[in-house]
Design a protein around this ligand. Structure first.
Ligand SMILES: [Zn+2]
Length: 316
């Protein structure tokens, strides 16, 4: 019997490592997850992945894996390393590609998590027929993947498209990257929370948010939907930063579309409408009403694995 060829997609995150087999249509199977904090080095983790994958392959004799795609914070496509990832405990340079390649003896491709999601959108999602688009991931931080002329922008050092760290406020909020005023300190789950707290501290208006103990992006969204003015203002401020930044993005890359993925993007009209308004308001006439602002078509829970696998499928 001929085996169905699949790619092993691995999503490395600060909390969990999730992996699974992904077929050529983007369908995922045998999804498994491990806890990042259980491993103080990458080698034992890779060995556990290797063991678990082989157990599943033995059970599932109709499947064969032909390559591995990895999405990880600060994953470098060129070097194959994870480099200086703040939320991972395995050192400054982790040779992920080399370690996995030695174990599995098949090709391994790695990129950062937002680039992986952009690959997923390109290969399996709503950007299948697009050559120029951007995907912005709105989670704890802000990640981005940029496709230009049909190719993912890796840049000279492998770190192209770090849109979350463009500076939008002079001497602004401190960012995990060591700078001040980066976009992601304003436009992310963390960013909108700080914005809401600042509004609560300075505004005399009453807000239902003042009674909330654990403020999150989701909670702010719920209060905004119920009509709380301060929560709505927090969304408006966030969208203003994002919309203006996207107008700058459009000026450089002239994309067909920009996709918003994850976290805050799930707030729908609350984020899309004002972001579109502020983007259009800051665009040159030649770009006005030409760029689509769209929700990602990827399934939120599986996007990282499927995206990492898409990278491998696309480049095989
Ligand atoms: Zn930064």
């Amino acid at each position: 019997m001929k085996k169905e060829q699949k790619v092993l997609g691995i999503d490395i995150g600060g909390t969990n490592i999730v992996f699974g087999f992904v077929n050529k249509s983007g369908k995922i199977s045998n999804k498994t997850s491990l806890i990042t904090a259980d491993y103080d080095a990458f080698e034992p983790l890779a060995k556990d992945i290797f063991t678990l994958v082989n157990q599943q392959l033995l059970k599932n004799s109709s499947t064969g894996i032909i390559s591995i795609g990895v999405g990880a914070p600060n994953g470098n496509f060129y070097s194959g390393n994870i480099e200086f990832a703040p939320n991972l405990p395995w050192g400054d340079k982790v040779p992920v590609r080399e370690i996995l390649n030695n174990l599995f003896q098949i090709p391994v491709l790695i990129t950062n998590d937002a680039n992986a999601a952009a690959y997923g959108e390109k290969v399996f999602g709503a950007a299948k027929h697009m050559k120029d688009f951007g995907l912005i991931t709105l989670g704890t931080g802000l990640g981005s993947g940029i496709f230009t002329n049909g190719n993912l922008l890796h840049g000279h050092n492998g770190f192209g498209g770090e849109f979350g760290h463009i500076i939008v406020v002079e001497n602004g909020r401190f960012c995990g990257c060591g700078k001040h005023g980066c976009l992601e300190t304003y436009v992310s789950a963390t960013g909108i929370k700080i914005t809401a707290l600042e509004l609560l501290a300075t505004s005399h208006e009453k807000s239902t948010l003042s009674e909330v103990k654990n403020l999150t992006g989701k909670v702010i969204e719920q209060h905004a939907v119920k009509g709380d003015a301060l929560a709505n203002k927090a969304f408006d401020i966030t969208s203003q930063y994002l919309g203006k930044a996207l107008a700058n993005y459009v000026t450089i890359f002239d994309p067909e579309a920009i996709f918003l993925f994850g976290g805050l993007s799930l707030a729908g009209d609350l984020i899309f409408e004002p972001t579109k308004k502020y983007m259009e308001g800051n665009l040159m006439t030649i770009f006005k009403n030409k760029v689509k602002l769209l929700p990602s078509a990827l399934e939120q829970n599986n996007a990282a694995i499927v995206g990492a696998a898409a990278l491998a499928w696309d480049l095989l």
